[in-house]
Design a binder for this molecule. Structure first.
Ligand code: ATP
Length: 367
């Protein structure tokens, strides 16, 4: 069941359209992430849901009730900001209790609920501290406790971990996800960090220039991007250009590659004969073959121009004869003689049939 629904929402600031007929539906209890580059309109979507902005066109519904005109304080929605926005003169307990006091919740009940919220974010023993006596991670935990203590239907989180250092951020990502599961509250999380979006979310909305590019599970977004923008924004991708020569049975096509050669590929898209396509391959889907004597390896010939050992993987940059550069990432296996190749060495690059993701070069409707 959907808890938040935006239908054809448009928003302009000073004549500039920052959201164009944007539609989305967030399901009850899910961790939904809005991901996109800086300035694409992510925060504006959150502010519209929170009631800090009004849409110029379109509808916003919370559990089937139109809320576009409902004032922010009457929406069962709370926001956690990157800047924490804690009251500096109040201690941790008072900060978390503030909303309950305003709502005239009985004093005895407030104590229990605040203690419960602080325990959830592991700050039980910090009740008496003021915000300036806390670390960044602890302040963010207070802000989260304050936002969940009155049990909103939806929690909006705006880049709320981005001020934290990498390690703390990773830890808070896990804690947030666990907290969301424990509370069963719908979280709508905004970030421009793809790794964060993929690792935390049930579903991800990828935005670009005020419109939806794709909505899907992290796996769908990563493995089956609906267009080149999504493919390139989410991680690294190798793109081969080709022309469809013939349709084959079982969702397959024969494609002539711009590099020369013909490949049989599979796709969920339907293509016409002669249609231009992009064949997309993640670095981990490429295979590098080391030419041993007497062998004629499959794929494209190229030269290794960079190699990086990352601990888990060996990442190579390979330049094909056409000049195109490919990124390949292989799990490191010190017993495999194929890992012997060096910079400037000739290799053949190929991919496992069926691992490619093929999309049309023409613009597509978002999935
Ligand atoms: P970031 O990741 O940098 O926070 P974002 O994707 O959240 O970016 P928004 O903050 O939603 O983007 O802004 C979208 C566009 O709307 C930007 O071009 C921004 O400058 C503009 N904008 C946002 N708020 C206002 C405002 N109150 N007045 C004028 N322009 C605004």
């Amino acid at each position: 069941m959907s808890v938040i629904q935006l239908s054809k929402v448009s928003k302009r600031f000073g004549g500039q359209e920052v959201l164009s007929a944007l539609s989305l539906s967030v399901r009850q209890g899910e961790f939904f992430t809005i991901l996109g580059p800086s300035g694409c309109g992510k925060t504006t979507v959150l502010r519209l849901i929170a009631g800090f902005e009004q849409p110029d066109e379109g509808h916003i519904k919370l559990e089937q009730t139109e809320i576009s005109k409902t004032r922010a304080e009457f929406r069962p929605v709370n926001t956690v900001f990157q800047s924490y926005a804690l009251f500096p003169h109040m201690n941790v307990f008072e900060n978390v209790a503030f909303g309950l006091k305003m709502a005239k919740v009985p004093k005895a009940e407030i104590r229990g609920r605040v203690e419960e919220a602080l325990a959830m974010v592991q700050l039980k023993d910090f009740s008496d501290r003021r915000p300036d006596q806390l670390s960044g991670g602890q302040k963010q935990r207070v802000a989260i406790a304050r936002a969940v203590v009155n049990k909103p239907k939806v929690l909006l989180l705006d880049e709320c971990l981005s001020a934290l250092d990498y390690k703390l951020r990773r830890q808070m990502q896990i804690e947030l996800k666990q907290l969301q599961r424990q509370l069963g509250i719908t979280f709508i999380y905004v970030t421009h960090d793809q790794e964060e979006a993929l690792s935390m979310s049930d579903r991800v909305l990828v935005m670009h220039k005020g419109s939806v590019q794709q909505i899907g599970t992290p796996r769908e977004i990563y493995e089956a991007p609906s267009n080149l923008f999504v493919a390139q924004f989410i991680g690294e991708i190798n793109v081969f250009e080709g022309l469809v020569e013939a349709e084959l049975p079982d969702y397959s096509y024969r494609v002539r590659l711009a590099h020369g050669g013909v490949r049989e590929v599979r796709s969920d898209f339907r293509f016409a004969q002669g249609e231009a396509v992009h064949i997309l391959l993640r670095p981990e889907d490429l295979r590098i073959h080391y030419p041993r004597t007497g062998e004629s390896p499959p794929g494209f010939q190229g030269k290794v121009i960079e190699r990086n050992y990352t601990g888990k993987t060996l990442d190579s940059l390979i330049q094909l004869e056409s000049g195109q550069q490919l990124r390949a990432s292989e799990f490191f296996d010190e017993n495999d003689p194929d890992f012997d190749y060096r910079i400037n060495e000739s290799v053949w690059v190929d991919w496992v049939h069926g691992w490619e993701h093929v999309i049309p070069q023409r613009p597509t409707e978002h999935a």
